[in-house]
Write a protein that binds this ligand. Sequence first.
Ligand SMILES: Cc1cc2nc3c(=O)[nH]c(=O)nc-3n(C[C@H](O)[C@H](O)[C@H](O)COP(=O)(O)OP(=O)(O)OC[C@H]3O[C@@H](n4cnc5c(N)ncnc54)[C@H](O)[C@@H]3O)c2cc1C
Length: 404
Amino acid sequence: MMHEPIDLSRDPVEIIATDFQGLFSGDLGLSSIAGGQTAADAALARLDVVGYAKNRSEVLPKTRRGATVLSPYIRHNLLTLGQVYKAVSKAPFQDREKFRDELFWQEYARHLYARVGTRLFQNLRFDANWDTPGDGWNREMACVDSVVSVLVEDGWLVNQTRMWLASHWSVRNQKGWLHGQERMHRELIDGSRAANLLGWQWTVGAGTGKPYGFAKWQVEKRAPGLCSKCPLKNNCPIENFPDESSPRQLERDPMLDSDPNPRLTAGPLEPIQLRKPEKVLLTIDSLGDGDPALAANPDLPVMFVFNEHALKKLQLSSRRLGFYLQTLQDLATRRNLEVLLGDPYEYANQVDVAVTFAPVPSFKKFKRLAEVHPYHWLRLPHAGSVRSFSSWRQKLDQGINQNH
Ligand SMILES: Cc1cc2nc3c(=O)[nH]c(=O)nc-3n(C[C@H](O)[C@H](O)[C@H](O)COP(=O)(O)OP(=O)(O)OC[C@H]3O[C@@H](n4cnc5c(N)ncnc54)[C@H](O)[C@@H]3O)c2cc1C
């Protein structure tokens, strides 16, 4: 495959329109949440979690929201979980603990995906509907329509409305959750397989056996006033909760109970150098200035290779691509950076690169790396149960990983 250079000096929307033809879906546009380390640092400096415990699930008006909107930065390790965890150390006890619980959900998603890999694309513990084709979001309702519009136009939603959409798609409308998660993954600028698959599995009951029901009740509680604008306000299709269901429990998967090789799951704990690297290669999972491979090689040129084959298949939104481009443009103000469109795995076969380990199945496609750096874990993956968040958490070591 040819590697085509991307000229970052242009406007991100122009770059997407010209260089990414056939590689994205939907209309052209950017999210209101800017990409880049500079934007991430500013968001961290503004972080205030006072009231978080009470308000994290509020949807509208926006001023009532407790959500921090850090997820796009956390997902790409522009902010590490360890950094954000420490940043709230002086917050009031309840808010700090609730917020840190959520950071642990992110870490749990990463550990689970690192352990079970592509198995996370199938029902984990209970038999939920995963494959029925079709669109589960009927947009004649103001609640669904407004949330889907924000998803498409801004590429970001609060946790509460992600749960509404996942539940509505699958629990009420009986469309396969795998298709719904694919749709959401395409749009979310914080989209990760780990957190998105976990979010869908847990909402539809595949992870817990207890599907989350979405009804008018949540809309009135979390977004008061929205129903009054709905064309179906006198004939609300979600007046009542969906019928309760108890999905059948699946055969126990031993990988959820224990990990025969937790060291392999975690990746290297110290840098490994097989050859002297000529360049640093960044991946989507670690785009921050603190990327271990980048920080360890301050004088080397930096590369980022957009995976053309994957993009063709994934058809990510312009908002997602825009977030990456803004992040790379920001980095280019500090480092000698070259961006290509092609095949990152093939590139690493041709050039001696330093890379940071990523706990995702595709990392195995790198066959020839000169130097590999450890991932930014908040806590190291353990060998015990990952069947539920609580069983996973009981086994975690005390104390955060102070290195990251
Ligand atoms: C169906 C569904 C799909 C989801 N898809 C994604 C996804 O693709 N990427 C993603 O990062 N999160 C995903 N989540 C989790 C969660 O909704 C978002 O992380 C959160 O809404 C981001 O907003 P915030 O940064 O304001 O979160 P805050 O409430 O401020 O929380 C702080 C941080 O904790 C982490 N976090 C919070 N809630 C969760 C959670 N339930 N699971 C995992 N991490 C969490 C995030 O890193 C977040 O930035 C999904 C949840 C659901 C229900």
